[in-house]
Design a binder for this molecule. Structure first.
Ligand code: NDP
Length: 612
């Protein structure tokens, strides 16, 4: 960790870095922002086919259940588990994939691995008794853990897989939701939860000639092992031995799969528009004896709170996780604490943060020179932006892949791939003929919510959620929306907004929803809804904070800053609790435990007198 007494960076060096960062950003800014990407559903539906599980025929479902959750990833699993713990027997998860797992169901590319330490990333470890085998578990283990949660909490019993919700409508008289799917299902549910995830709709880059390529092509989230050979556990992809392969994109996904491709392909071209910052990973197998010493009752909650505290400026004296994420934030805090009293102004603190950022990024750039033998390739792999402009990456083999004789970095200096032809790709004016193109081009972010979800909600009196949110998202806790009774949204925004460990947001939310549903039923009520006043008061609290901490327009474009396009007035609502994630979780715990559920109103059946 940095020495807090360390001298400030030379002002000239800082000014030069600032100028270099803006120059690199300007090379990449483009007027079409998110529209540069192609919506797969409309144009290339073959890219969405599930390569993992055949679709099983079944009759349409037309019954009634107490709780339906849309999305079978971590959000659905943890909420479902907590509901079961609260004695809610009939919980139905509706999932577009062929099993539970969400992102871990789809993303089975070689090398897929969690980026946040397993001990805090994998939910319900204590409840399931699972010991992660590595500090950063690989995809198959995380997928198996999702299935374990599904089995243990009997969530398979009523689940509908390969099923996509097409409509979700509140029935005022029946006081429940009607759910329609693409499989012909039409059933009702007293409550609904939604956890469709922020990154689940793959996108393709809008490169001219995209449809012309006659060879093999797939997106990383639909990896085709039949073509490549090998498997998600890392078996060598022997079918690529005599193949020329191109991968487009160098984000977090590419950083994890390139080392495997580099070992397998005859020739690998890595087409890079913007380099990722790639820090040390330092993965280790878990020592079972050590694990026994930490896994005492309540251990995962302690680890979660410690990680979140270290991440968000809390006062935790120890750092249990000790990794790249906590190093990043502890360095910033150490810099700020080392400031003399007179300099602890907002500007002084922002300058200390900038110092810490420059120092960290200089280390990351120096690491490229240490590992990559060819100086030109090394130069191309250096990230010229502040750390949180793009998703930080961590890997111990990625940079070394570029020392493999068959692996070539095609650095396009911000321009991207120019064209795709019948036989290959063109970049920097050079044609590269290949057998296979792998799109590591990411997922839709910032497109319309209903486009990504595949449905809009119709709430009380026929109001659409998209209309309720026309000027920006409005909720209580990111979960409850006025006019949409008995509906719960599970995601981080307007709650803790903890980005470095998304599952922590989800487990807290799942617990809160389960207690809210339990309370509704125990009181003999039919409906629960946030009042208009409580929703407005929560928004006021959110807007009293410092605003968005990531997404600066000074950054090189990416999905963190809406591809460099001013995101409009609604973006100011994409914030979390102003006092930080840890304070939010403490607040939420009190809120759900005191039995008051302040801000919610409960209603019975129409002839009940205790409505309101
Ligand atoms: P990203 O959106 O991060 O990356 C897409 C890549 O495609 C970028 O490098 C982008 O370049 C590049 N690209 C886009 N258009 C072109 C073009 N025309 N020519 C050349 N390159 C192009 O997607 P990922 O799938 O890598 O990651 C998405 C997110 O998923 C991550 O940010 C992370 O949150 C999550 N993730 C998490 C992991 C984990 O926790 N273990 C692992 C993997 C992903 P440019 O940067 O210039 O836009």
């Amino acid at each position: 960790m940095a020495n807090p007494e360390q001298a400030r960076l030379d002002p000239n060096a800082k000014a030069a870095l600032r100028a270099k960062y803006l120059l690199e950003r300007d090379k990449r800014l483009r007027a079409d922002g998110n529209n540069q990407y192609v919506e797969i559903k409309q144009n290339f539906e073959q890219f969405l086919t599930d390569p993992h599980t055949p679709i099983a025929e079944r009759a349409p479902v037309t019954d009634h259940v107490t709780f339906t959750f849309i999305g079978g990833g971590f959000a659905g699993l943890v909420t479902g588990a907590r509901l079961k713990e609260q004695g809610i027997g009939d919980v139905r998860i509706v999932e577009k994939g062929g099993d539970f797992g969400g992102t871990w169901y789809w993303n089975r590319y070689p090398g897929a691995q969690c980026d946040t330490a397993s001990f805090v990333y994998m939910p319900l470890l204590e409840e399931t008794g699972h010991m992660p085998t590595e500090k950063y578990a690989h995809g198959p283990e995380i997928l198996a853990h999702c299935q374990r949660i599904g089995q243990q909490f009997k969530l398979y019993d009523q689940a509908l897989f390969h099923t996509e919700v097409t409509d979700l409508k509140w029935l005022d008289r029946a006081q429940c939701w009607q759910i329609t799917t693409q499989r012909g299902d039409c059933f009702t549910s007293q409550f609904v939860g939604m956890g469709t995830g922020p990154l689940h709709v793959p996108k393709l880059p809008g490169i001219p000639g995209l449809g012309d390529f006659k060879g093999k092509a797939f997106h990383t989230s639909r990896w085709d092992y039949q073509y490549t050979g090998g498997d998600a556990n890392g078996a060598p992809m022997t079918n690529l031995q005599n193949k020329r392969v191109a991968i487009i994109g160098t984000g977090a996904t590419s950083v994890q799969c390139v080392p495997h491709l580099a070992k397998s392909c005859e020739t690998l071209y890595v087409f890079q528009r913007t380099p990722s910052s790639v820090d040390v990973r330092n993965n280790q197998p878990t020592d079972a004896e050590w694990f026994k010493t930490i896994a005492t009752p309540g251990w995962q909650q302690r680890w979660l709170e410690n990680f979140t505290s270290n991440q968000t400026g809390g006062m935790a004296s120890e750092d249990l996780v000790m990794d790249g994420w906590t190093d990043l934030s502890r360095r910033i805090q150490a810099r700020i604490r080392s400031l003399p009293e007179t300099e602890r102004t907002p500007q002084g603190m922002m300058a200390a943060w900038e110092d810490s950022d420059y120092e960290k990024m200089n280390e990351i750039r120096a690491r490229v020179d240490e590992i990559v033998a060819d100086p030109k390739t090394a130069e191309g792999l250096k990230a010229w932006y502040r750390q949180l402009c793009k998703r930080p990456c961590f890997h111990d083999d990625y940079l070394d892949s570029f020392n493999e004789p068959g692996t070539h970095l095609i650095h396009t200096d911000g321009a991207g791939v120019e064209r795709i032809t019948e036989t290959g790709l063109v970049a920097n004016g050079v044609t590269y003929d290949v057998d296979c193109i792998i799109y590591a081009s990411g997922f839709e972010v910032g497109t319309e919510h209903k486009r990504r979800a595949g449905f809009d909600l119709t709430g009380r009196d026929g109001e659409k959620l998209s209309d309720h949110w026309a000027d920006g998202m409005k909720t209580l806790h990111g979960t409850h929306v006025h006019g949409f009774p008995n509906a719960f949204i599970v995601q981080p925004t307007q709650g803790a907004n903890l980005i470095s460990n998304v599952p922590h947001n989800l487990t807290e939310s799942g617990q809160t929803i389960a207690l809210t549903v339990r309370h509704t039923l125990d009181q003999g009520q039919q409906e629960v809804e946030v009042t208009e006043a409580a929703e407005a008061a929560w928004i006021e609290i959110l807007l009293s904070g410092p605003g968005r901490m990531i997404g600066s327009q000074d950054c090189t474009p990416g999905y963190y800053n809406n591809e460099g396009i001013e995101p409009g007035p609604g973006a100011k609502f994409h914030v979390g609790y102003p006092h930080g994630a840890l304070a939010y979780f403490e607040y939420l715990k009190k809120w759900r435990s005191d039995g008051q559920f302040n801000g919610l109103c409960f209603r019975g059946k129409p002839d009940d007198v205790n409505a309101g």
